[in-house]
Design a protein around this ligand. Structure first.
Ligand code: NI
Length: 174
């Protein structure tokens, strides 16, 4: 399973809406495995197919529990993901993006969302998420719609201008 190169801005694939996944075959399974490996290697907590220059509506997310550091991580592979039932409550938080190295951004997100998608076998799934996990899903689903955190940020920070204490933890990029 080879690692794929993560593309960074400016790259036109990152600003384009992707096409839906329609064929669930061995090539797709290989692509998914490569994405998981690439996300873990980065390291990151989420990766969308356009970030490896594949214009498909496909994301992988791996996250544990924000309250419990020792909780096992859960891997989500979602084809054609869509946000449904976004909360009216919004929260602002700081995000990093593997495709925008050297920057972080304050982004306003729904506090909770339901994500409707297909799993890697093509079966429909519905996931309720809140807090940081909801933020990761919203960030990755934006990627498949050609939207970057810097397009919707309320504030963008250059990492080298930040005090070490204010920088987000490594490995939390999306
Ligand atoms: Ni990102």
């Amino acid at each position: 399973m080879p690692l794929r190169e993560i593309i960074t801005i400016p790259h036109e694939t990152l600003n384009r809406k992707t096409r839906p996944v329609t064929k669930i075959d061995a090539d797709l399974q290989r692509l998914i495995d490569d994405m998981v490996e690439t996300m873990r290697d980065a390291p990151g907590v989420g990766l969308a197919a356009p970030q490896i220059n594949v214009p498909l509506s496909l994301i992988v997310v791996e996250f544990g529990d924000e309250e419990d550091e020792d909780a096992p991580k859960k891997l989500y592979t979602l084809l054609n993901p869509e946000i449904t039932r976004p909360s009216t409550e919004m929260v602002t938080g700081m995000e990093g993006c593997l495709s925008i190295p050297g920057f972080v951004a304050d982004v306003e997100r729904h506090q909770s969302v339901t994500v409707k998608a297909l799993n890697r076998h093509g079966q429909p799934v519905k996931i309720k998420a809140s807090g940081w996990l909801a933020r990761i899903f919203q960030h990755e689903i934006d990627h498949v719609n050609g939207i970057l955190m810097t397009d919707i940020a309320t504030k963008i920070f250059r990492l080298e201008d930040m005090e070490d204490d204010d920088q987000p933890d490594a490995g939390e990029d999306l």
